[in-house]
Design a protein around this ligand. Structure first.
Ligand SMILES: NC(=O)c1ccc[n+]([C@@H]2O[C@H](COP(=O)([O-])OP(=O)(O)OC[C@H]3O[C@@H](n4cnc5c(N)ncnc54)[C@H](OP(=O)(O)O)[C@@H]3O)[C@@H](O)[C@H]2O)c1
Length: 288
């Protein structure tokens, strides 16, 4: 059985993947209690001593504001430690799977979607951290995957707590009766996270390289929030009361960080559109 050392194993995507592939792989869950990635030297030592066939690196400090507030600490966790782990993988001849993000394109002025050969352009520390690891891998590793994910949405399952996403933000606004602003100046990919769990077997076998994993989206973040609210059965009056357009956020530069996922689909990975993904999610969780 393939032994997968998984960092971030208690996080949203790590726990979702483990839930659906319990018996297929032997997981070595590497949590922050086992290893604090803010110490990259310790990360190296830890992985040097570990017996594994592949590393699936899902740990990160993914909050943009936190990465801006604590640039050195978050860089150690998001970039320096994964590079140390990737070095160990190279020495042991094992594959390193790195979870990256569409945020590597958040500095772009031209419209997306962007294919993998479009150079990255990011204006946030979180994006820079991911790019730093990606570049190290491209220059130094023969056996790696970079999976650049769009925003991943879904709902809670036993042992799986979704990280903040547009579904939770929308439902919090309406259920909490808190009028909330959603920007009209942003276009991003929105993908049902279950697609990642369902296709995990195929994903980890992809040939070495960078892949975009995103369903297609053509509507801005405000329209997405309204579409989600309609999907949950809320009427237009309620939606108009709690889901409000934010015309100021990103008005100085419209943010379009959508990625083109043609390459990964040519390798047999199935993706859809945001609307299709939302339908599947609502059906899976009994809302349809
Ligand atoms: N979810 C998305 O929409 C999305 C989109 C694009 C890319 N990504 C990327 O996908 C990966 C997984 O995301 P996620 O949504 O599953 O994130 P998450 O739920 O926030 O989980 C992140 C995990 O990172 C671990 N971690 C944080 N600081 C650590 C430290 N100092 N030492 C060791 N582990 C630490 C945590 O481990 P413990 O629980 O053990 O403390 C946590 O389980 C991340 O790399 C993220 O950047 C996610």
């Amino acid at each position: 059985m393939l032994k997968i050392a998984m960092t971030g194993a208690r996080g949203y995507l790590g726990s979702l993947i483990r839930l659906y592939h319990k018996d297929k792989y032997e997981y070595i869950s590497v949590t922050s209690a086992d290893l604090d990635l803010s110490d990259p030297d310790r990360a190296r030592e830890y992985f040097e001593q570990l017996d594994f066939d592949m590393v699936f690196h899902a740990a990160a400090r993914p909050k943009t504001e936190e990465c801006e507030a604590y640039p050195e600490w978050t860089r150690a966790i998001n970039a320096l430690a994964p590079i140390e782990i990737a070095k160990v993988c190279r020495e042991k001849g094992k594959r390193f799977v790195f979870i990256s993000t569409e945020q590597v394109y958040n500095g772009k002025s031209e419209p997306g979607p962007f294919a993998e050969d479009v150079p990255t352009d990011t204006v946030t520390n979180y994006g820079r951290h991911k790019v730093e690891v990606e570049q190290w891998l491209a220059e130094n590793s023969q056996d790696y995957l970079v999976l650049r994910l769009s925003s991943m949405f879904g709902m809670a399952l036993p042992g799986v707590k979704p990280s903040t996403n547009l579904i939770s933000n929308t439902l919090n606004a309406i259920r909490g009766e808190k009028p909330t602003l959603f920007t009209v100046n942003e276009l991003r990919g929105m993908t049902y996270a279950q697609r990642l769990a369902d296709q995990f077997d195929k994903l980890i076998q992809l040939p070495t390289g960078v892949y975009h994993f995103t369903s297609e989206n053509y509507i801005n973040t405000y329209e997405i929030a309204k579409t989600i609210a309609r999907g949950f059965g809320y009427d237009e009056e309620t939606i108009a009361k709690y889901i409000l357009p934010n015309h100021d956020r990103y008005k100085e530069r419209f943010r379009d960080y959508r990625m083109d996922a043609t390459k990964i689909q040519e390798h047999g990975i199935e993706l859809g559109t945001f609307e299709e993904d939302l339908e599947i999610c609502l059906r899976d969780f009994g809302w349809k």
